[in-house]
Design a protein around this ligand. Structure first.
Ligand code: SF4
Ligand code: SF4
Length: 191
C-alpha cells in the first residue's frame, strides 16, 4: 500500500531490557520534564477566581438587535446566511401583519432565525453583510452543552431583551468609519 505521508512508524514488539522493565529511567525522565515546567511561565489561569482578559476585537456569541423602539431589526433578507462561510445560519421569513408594526421594523421579518454555534467560526462576516444592523457579535461566550442540538441557537437565545435596561451594548463593534459608511445616504441600503 502506498503511504500518503512520511509520518507512519514501524511498530516492533521487541523485548524490554532489564532497565526498561524497571521503568525507573522513564519515571525519572517524566519527573524531570515536570520539574522543568514548574519554573516556566504558566499558560493557565485560576478560573473562575481569575478571568481571562479578552482582546478588544474578540468575537463571541451573536445578538439580534432591536431598534430604539424595541422592534426587531432583522428583515430576513438572508444576506448574512449567504455571506456565512460555514453555512451556520438558517431562517424562515414571514410577512408582517397589520398591528405588528410595533414588533417588527420592516414589512418582512424572520419568524425563525437559527445559528448553529458548532458550525460558526466567529468570523463576523454575517455582521458585515447585514444592511439593517440587525446582527452583531458580542464578547459573550457560547455556553458548553451536552448535546449537539442545544448548540443551535434560535431567536429565544439570540434576540436581545426588549427592556431598554437589558439591551446589549455593541458600540465597541463599530468603528467610526463603519458608522460613517452606514449613515451615508448615497448608498441605497443605508437610507
Ligand atoms: S460569525 Fe461567520 S461563521 Fe459565524 S454565523 Fe457569522 S458569518 Fe457564519
Ligand atoms: S440579520 Fe441582517 S442580513 Fe441577516 S437576514 Fe436579518 S437583516 Fe438580513
Amino acid at each position: 500500500m502506498e503511504l500518503l505521508t512520511d509520518r507512519s512508524k514501524i511498530v516492533s514488539n521487541k523485548k524490554l531490557s532489564f532497565l526498561e522493565k524497571l521503568y525507573l529511567p522513564a519515571i525519572f525522565e517524566g519527573m524531570w520534564i515536570t520539574l522543568g515546567h514548574l519554573f516556566r511561565r504558566k499558560v493557565t489561569i485560576r478560573y473562575p477566581e481569575k478571568k481571562k482578559e479578552f482582546s478588544e476585537i474578540y468575537r463571541g456569541q451573536h445578538i439580534l438587535k432591536r431598534d430604539e423602539e424595541g422592534r426587531e431589526r432583522c428583515t430576513a433578507c438572508g444576506l448574512c446566511a449567504v455571506a456565512c462561510p460555514a453555512e451556520a445560519i438558517t431562517m424562515t421569513a414571514a410577512e408582517r401583519k397589520a398591528g405588528e408594526e410595533t414588533l417588527y421594523r420592516e414589512e418582512k421579518y424572520a419568524v425563525v432565525y437559527e445559528i448553529d454555534m458548532l458550525r460558526c467560526i466567529f468570523c463576523g462576516l454575517c455582521e458585515e453583510a447585514c444592511p439593517k444592523e440587525a446582527i452583531f457579535l458580542t464578547k459573550r461566550i457560547v455556553s458548553p452543552e451536552l448535546t449537539r442540538e442545544r448548540f443551535v441557537y434560535g431567536k429565544d437565545l439570540l434576540l436581545e431583551p426588549s427592556d431598554r435596561l437589558r439591551r446589549i451594548d455593541i458600540s465597541g463593534r463599530q468603528t467610526k468609519e463603519v458608522i460613517g459608511f452606514k449613515k451615508d445616504k448615497k448608498f441605497k441600503h443605508n437610507q
